[in-house]
Every structure is written in C-alpha cells, then in structure tokens.
Write a protein that binds this ligand. Structure first.
Ligand code: TRP
Length: 436
C-alpha cells in the first residue's frame, strides 16, 4: 500500500455551522483531491449516542451532515464516505481492542476525567452520571481508525489524546498478536481557520453562538447583523485583527478582498456596512452549495443510497481485515484445526518454584527448583509445616540469609543446602525472577 490514508469522523449530534465548514469540511475536501491520498470520512453516529439520547436529533443530524458534505463537493468516487453504524466490524473490533486497552489508560482520558473532576468538586459520587460510552469513547475511536489502517487523522487539538491512545492500543495489540495495525498520527493543521461565533468566542454549539452553514438567506443576514461589535462610530478607524467580523470575512474571501476590507477598517467603515459586506460575501460563497443542499435534503432516500454504497466500499476492506484479526486472537473455526495444533500448548515461561513435602522421617522439607526443574536448594527438615512454610515465605520475600559454604542460614539457623552443581548466584537470580 503506497498511498497515504487519511481518516476522520464527524459526530452526528448537531447541525453543521460555518465553523465546521471552514475548519473541517472545506479542508477535508481539499485534502482528498491530490493523487496518492486515500480519504476515509465517516459519520460517527455510534459516538453521537454518547452525547445525546434524542433519537430524532441523531437521525436529523446524520442527514444534515451527509447532505452538507455532498453539497460542499465531496467526491464519493474518490473518497470512502460512510456511516459508522453501517460497518458492524467496527463494534466487533472495539471488543478486541477493549481486551487489550488498559483501564488505567482510559481513566486518564480528558473527557472522562473532566466529568469525574466535576463530580468531585460537587461532592457527589465520582462516576455520577458517567456512562460507559463516555469511558469507552477512545476505544471506539481507535477501532474507527485502526480498522482502515489510517496513517493520518486530521482532528482538532482536543482530539490529540485520543489518537495517542489509539496508537497505544494498536502497539499493544501488535505486540501480543503480530503486526496487524498501522500506528496513526494526529494531524493538526494550524493554518485551518477557527471561526469566531456571534459573541466573538470560538464558534461552537456548546456556546450557542453558531451560524448554521445552510441557514436561509434571511436568517443568515439576521445572524450576521447580530454579531457583537464595539461602539466605534462610522468614520472611526477599526481594528481588523481583533474583530470577529473581519475574521469571518477572511475565511470566505480571497487575499485581495481581505486586503481591501482591512483598508476599509482602517478608514473607519461603519459596522453596518461591514456586516452587509460580510453577509454578501458569505452568501456568495454558500449560495450554490445551499441550492444543492436543499435538493439533497428533499430526497433523503438518495442520500441513504450513497451511504449504503459507501458502506459496501468500506466493508470490502473491513470484512477481510476483521477475519484476519479474529484468526490472530484465536477466534477460529474448528473444522480446519489438526489434532497436532490442538494438542500443542504454548510453552509458557515457567518460573522457578518451591515444592513442599513431608518425608518418611515425619519432618517437613522443601526444594527450590529453577524454571527447567533443576534443583537449586534442598531445604533442611522442619518440625512443622508452619516452620517450613515460614522459611519458604521468607526466602520468597527477600529475607536476608547468609551462606557458609554450601549451607544457607536464616536467623542463625541452617535452613537449606545448595544443590550439587548450583551456585548462590543462580539461587539469587531465581528468587529475583520469582519475586518479579
Ligand atoms: N471524536 C471525534 C470528534 O468528536 C469524532 C470521531 C469519531 C473521530 N471517531 C473518529 C475523529 C475517528 C477522527 C477519527 O471530533
């Protein structure tokens, strides 16, 4: 596989806004065009269930997001565009990964930790209101990424930790079962625009300050005229850099248009006039897409068909790969197993061990043997099993002993003899191996 695989998911829990377009949709579509790139863009609807328990919202968001990407010019002949829940191999892979993912790793996930910290601050149970979906979020995301052997995962800063966890989980699986997974890397593009919202903070559904990407013209205009500005009068020079209006303009304008707008700010353009210019510029960029969007939304069955086709294309990769992984972990058909394979037991590393027993003389003894069963120490006779057991426990726990020739003594009493051919170094090494 010589081409580079790029993969990213979009959680289907909201309506796409201008910030999603400039920050994710537009750059992803641009990035999918060069030859030598294989792009996987999918609707993360399983992830949506972690955020919302509103079924209608999940369905509506899935439709709106799919239509937005198609309207924005995504070429589904070039790109793998599918819905996560159409790929049953993904939840199955999630389980295989769950069994190698450290719980401690997931305890450290930012989103889960933030929920726990909030609970602690409020003095309630640390896990109050936390569902296992939130806890397992990074494992499901790792399955999304690893399933398609993505090299690069374009995400926002808040997702970098998740990509690192996917790498971690993949490395652990590879270590246990062989090199099946590609270790992915997060791609955070600093040049991609982060748009301000109506109140000047980052445009985000959680701040309720968004401008929907395909708002009707009248609503778009109304929202743009509601963007917060300062009280500078017409004719007063205005600062372009700190202005939300200017940043929004820049995200949709050519460099030349942007320069002209910067000059207009310096010359004291009235806020109303700047808003009108912004509205016209955005509307000009969006209008052709909006038209396609409305056509698409009017025929959801056609979008459904496109997603089904995308799922077939994705499963052409996922189905055989999952079969390989099932085999790797031992989920195998029995018909083809030979008697010899079944009888074969892996040679587990055998640890040194103590063996305790009673002799015909009525006393209690122990032996210490190495991993191959070779005798290292022969214990002296003890009067009771408790005494013999205490001595063994002492040796296991690293209690000090002294060696006088072949005799080992603890607490002033001879407790064992070095076996013929064994050395004190071997005894110490075997005790250390056992303690580890
Ligand atoms: N968690 C991502 C987000 O909220 C969405 C997502 C799900 C994703 N699976 C993914 C992103 C796999 C990249 C790769 O933004």
């Amino acid at each position: 596989m010589s081409s580079r695989r790029v993969l990213t998911g979009i959680t289907t829990s909201g309506t796409p806004h201008l910030g999603n377009y400039a920050g994710a949709i537009r750059p992803a579509i641009d990035a999918s065009r060069p030859a030598g790139v294989e792009s996987f863009y999918f609707l993360a609807d399983y992830h949506a269930l972690i955020k919302t328990a509103d079924p209608a919202r999940v369905q509506r968001s899935t439709l709106e997001i799919a239509a937005s990407w198609l309207a924005a010019g995504l070429d589904t002949d070039r790109v793998w565009f599918y819905r996560q829940s159409d790929i049953p191999e993904i939840p199955e892979l999630t389980w295989l990964l769950t069994c190698v993912a450290g719980k401690g790793l997931l305890n450290r996930a930012h989103a889960y930790k933030a929920a726990v910290d909030r609970n602690l601050a409020e003095g309630v149970d640390p896990d109050a209101g936390v569902n296992m979906g939130l806890f397992m979020y990074p494992v499901l995301m790792a399955a999304d990424i690893l399933m398609f052997k993505a090299h690069s995962v374009p995400v926002g800063r808040d997702q970098i930790q998740h990509i690192e966890m996917a790498r971690d989980i993949a490395a652990r699986f590879n270590h246990l079962y062989g090199e099946h997974f590609v270790l992915p890397e997060a791609a955070v593009d600093e040049s991609v625009a982060t748009l301000p919202g109506l109140d000047g903070r980052k445009m985000s559904k959680s701040y309720d300050n968004t401008i929907p990407l395909f708002a009707p013209r009248a609503e778009l205009k109304k929202l743009i005229f509601s963007i917060v500005t300062d009280s500078r009068e017409p004719g007063e020079p205005k600062d372009a850099e700190g202005s939300a209006l200017f940043q929004l303009y820049q995200a949709f304008a050519t460099p030349q248009e942007t320069r002209a707008m910067r000059a207009a700010f310096e010359e004291g353009i009235a806020w109303g006039e700047a808003k009108q210019a912004l509205f016209e510029r955005i509307d000009r960029a969006i209008a052709p897409m909006r038209e396609r969007y409305l056509e698409l939304i009017a025929e959801p069955a056609r979008i459904e068909d496109r997603l089904r086709e995308g799922a077939l294309k994705a499963r052409a990769i996922a189905t055989p790969f999952l079969a390989e992984l099932r085999h790797a972990v031992g989920l195998r058909g029995l018909a083809s197993a030979t008697a010899a394979q079944v009888a074969e037991r892996p040679k587990a590393a055998v640890l040194p061990q103590f063996k305790q027993y009673r002799e015909a003389d009525g006393r209690f003894y122990f032996k210490f043997v190495d991993g191959e069963g070779r005798l290292l120490l022969q214990g002296a006779g003890f009067d009771s099993p408790r005494d013999a057991g205490r001595c063994v426990a002492g040796l296991k726990q690293g209690a000090p002993f002294v060696a006088l020739g072949d005799e080992l003594a603890m607490e002033g009493r001879a407790v064992a003899t070095l076996a013929a051919g064994a050395t004190l170094e071997e005894v110490r090494a075997a005790l250390a191996a056992l303690a580890a």
